[in-house]
Structure formats: C-alpha cells, structure tokens
Write a protein that binds this ligand. Structure first.
Ligand code: NAD
Ligand code: TYD
Length: 364
C-alpha cells in the first residue's frame, strides 16, 4: 500500500497548485494540513474533495499533539512543508504571527517528523524525505550589477518575513546535521499564477484594475523581482522530492527579472487588449506611485543552474506565456477573487494603503 505524503499549507497559493497537480499526476495519497488563515481557501480544492486519495485536516502546524496523531495514523512517506505566513507587508505590520508559524511551527513539524523517522526501518526509512519550501528573500537584496543568488550566498534577511523564513531554513539544516533527518530545501523567487491571494503584486493589480481602482506602486517602482510561474515551481518541488540529494539546498527561479513598473505596465497592456470595452482603458492611467515599503529590498535574482544541472529542471513557461495564462485565469475566475476578498481583506487594504499618499500615474 502506498503511504501518503503530508502537505502543509496546501490550501494557500503555491500549496493548492501543488496539491491539484499531485492529485492529477501522482499515485501516492496526500494529506493536507492547513490552518485556513485568511490566505487559505478550501474552495480552491473543491474538485478533489471527494477523492479517496485526498484528506484535508484543519489544524495548526504548531500543534504538537495533532502532529503526533497524524504521523501515527498515516505513517507519512514524505513531508512537503509550505505552511507559512507569507506576505512581507503583513510581517511589517504584525511580525508575531510570522515567528509563531514560520519558526515555531516549523520546529514542531521537524520534531514530529524526526520522531516518526526514528520509527522507520528499511526502504521506508531510506526513502523518507522532509522538503522545506523557502524563499530567495532569505538572501537579502542585490545591487543592479551583483550576480544572482546562489545556494552558497550568505543569508542576510531584511524583513520580518524573510528573517522568519531564514530561521526556519536554519532549523531544517540543523535537524539534518544533528539528527540526520533526510531534509531537502528549496529557495524560490517570486511566484505568480492562479489562486494567488490578491494582496500580492500581480493579483492585487489585476483585481484593482478590473474595478477601476488605483494601482499602487511602492516607491519609484524600480525594484526588481525574478518572476516564476507557479506551475514551474511545483514541478521543481516534485523533482527535488524525487531526485534531490539529501541535505542539499536548491535555488529555483524563473530567469525573468522585471521591475515592478514593467510588470504593472505589461499587465495594463494585456488588460487593454483582453478587455476592449473596459471603461478603464488605458489601464496604465490607473497607476499611482505611493509611499515605499519600509526596508524594501531593491532586487532579487536567482541562479538556478544547480537544479538544472543536477535534476534537469528548468521553467517551461516564459514570462510572456505564464503571465498571459495568469491574467486570463483571473478574468475567467472573478468569483474566486470575490470569495476570498471578504471583510477582513477590506480592512487590510485600509491598513496597508490608507496612510500612503499617492502621486500621478507615470510611464514604464
Ligand atoms: P500563502 O500565504 O498563499 O499560503 C499559506 C498557507 O499556509 C495558507 O493556506 C494558510 O492557511 C496556511 N497556514 C498558515 N499558517 C499555518 C499554520 N500555522 N498551520 C497550518 N497552516 C498554516 O503562501 P504561498 O505564497 O502559497 O507560499 C507557500 C510557501 O512558499 C511559503 O512557505 C512561502 O514562504 C514560500 N514561498 C512563496 C513564494 C511566493 O512568491 N508566494 C516564493 C518562494 C517561496
Ligand atoms: P509582493 O508581491 O508583496 O512580493 P515580495 O515583497 O515578497 O517580493 O511584492 C512584489 C513587489 O511589488 C515588491 O517589490 C513590492 C511591490 N508592491 C508594490 O509596488 N505595490 C503593492 O501594492 C504590492 C503588494 C507590492
């Protein structure tokens, strides 16, 4: 009998894309443990709800008793750990939840996995893996001419979010080094694609543009991110899980460096084309430069040559193809966005954007 994998945070953006692809393409059953914070949406997974290979558990990764019971019941063959507080702006307003979930929650999950691993023998023990999904933000910020982040780049996190993820990466490393837990670590650049909560740059801009609301670009808009289509990230995680060397770290990135203003203007042009009757055309007229994010990292870029060399992974989507799919998905799934942008989300918009003064729209 195939023993299931445990996915944490599988109702969030990347987790749900991973869960849906796994259920469509892999044989092993899957247990999804998710606390369903504002960022988790079970509706995203409605299509697999009744699949006998899928189990949803509503709970917290920091709940040691729950973890103990789940490992005892399911005897997991692997853990893929997505669950986290993930939004930089929220970490600036309220860092406590980031320390609780990203650091303490990861600690409890490592402890439960370790206790379980100690009971395994033979092939079950040889094949067990704990894969921790992390971010390029642990490496800090780059100057325009700096080389991209490699797996050997020193950690230099700048936001409370990045610091909490860096701490969790260090715990994973230590649990491998000290207790021989067979860990794998991925550090990925900014993702975009279906089911991303509209607090992050691309879905926020799409949802605002559709309503004719201002498109708030922080600072001078010249910050650079390395954008990767979420489906490509999920494929990379499956490659690392299947073939990655135990104890290793793999950087995952899209080779798609774009300034925020370029991204927003590309989006506006796509909406102009796809919505010829929109009263808000040209959508670029909605762009507003607003007060910058404190401690805003200037540039991220990933050197993904190790994962390509060792595991043969590289992104399938270019920025143009992935971006187009994403915009079309948001246009076709407005109900999904409406469902997740409830009262609490409106409060967040007020909290994050209410105090930022705006200036006029600018060109790319
Ligand atoms: P998300 O915020 O969309 O989803 C997080 C999920 O975790 C939600 O379903 C939430 O309910 C759940 N969760 C939060 N706290 C929990 C807890 N204590 N116990 C159980 N579940 C909990 O995040 P995402 O964008 O999908 O990111 C997933 C992972 O990938 C995170 O670890 C993040 O650091 C990492 N990552 C994200 C990006 C990106 O661009 N989004 C890039 C690189 C790495
Ligand atoms: P975000 O999607 O929050 O990801 P991260 O901060 O993890 O990179 O933001 C991506 C970039 O877009 C980042 O440089 C901040 C910027 N940004 C804006 O200019 N305006 C916004 O309203 C948001 C949410 C982000």
């Amino acid at each position: 009998m195939l023993r299931p994998i445990l996915v944490t945070g599988g109702a969030g953006f990347i987790g749900s894309n991973f869960v849906l692809a796994w259920m469509a393409e892999e044989q092993r059953p899957l247990v999804n443990l998710d606390k369903l914070t504002y960022a988790g949406n079970p509706l995203t997974l409605a299509s697999i709800e009744h699949d006998p290979r899928y189990t949803f558990v509503h709970g917290d990764i920091a709940d040691a008793e729950l973890l103990k019971a789940l490992f005892a019941e399911h005897r997991f063959s692997a853990v893929v750990h997505f669950a986290a507080e993930s939004h930089v702006d929220r970490s600036i307003v309220g860092p406590g939840a980031f320390l609780a979930t990203n650091i303490h929650g990861t600690f409890e999950l490592l402890q439960a996995a370790r206790a379980h691993y100690d009971t395994l023998t033979g092939e079950d023990r040889d094949s067990f893996r704990f894969l921790h999904v992390s971010t390029d933000e642990v490496f800090g910020t780059l100057e325009p001419e700096d080389p991209a982040f490699a797996e050997t780049t020193a950690y230099a996190p700048n936001s409370p979010y990045a610091a909490s993820k860096a701490a969790s990466d260090h715990l994973v490393r230590a649990w491998h080094h000290t207790y021989q837990l067979p860990t794998l670590l991925t550090n990925c650049s900014n993702n975009y694609g279906p089911y991303q909560f509209p607090e992050k740059l691309i879905p926020l801009m799409i949802t605002h543009a559709l309503e004719g609301k201002p498109l708030p670009v922080y600072g001078d808009g010249q910050q650079v991110r390395d954008w990767l289509y979420v489906g490509d990230h999920c494929l990379a995680i499956r490659e690392v899980l299947a073939k990655g060397r135990v104890g290793e770290t793999y950087n995952v990135g899209g080779c798609n460096q774009r300034t925020n203003l370029e991204v927003v203007h590309t989006l506006c042009a796509a909406l102009d084309e796809l919505l010829p009757n929109s009263p808000y055309r040209p959508h670029a007229g909605l762009v507003r430069m607003v007060k910058d994010r404190p401690g805003h990292d200037r540039r991220y870029a990933i050197d993904a040559s190790k994962i390509e060399r060792e595991l043969g992974w590289k992104p399938r989507e270019t920025f143009e193809t992935g971006f187009r799919k994403t915009v079309e998905w948001y246009l076709a799934n407005r109900k999904w966005t409406e469902d997740v942008t409830s009262g609490a989300y409106q409060n967040w918009l007020q909290e994050n954007y209410g105090h930022r003064s705006t200036s006029e729209s600018v060109g790319a």
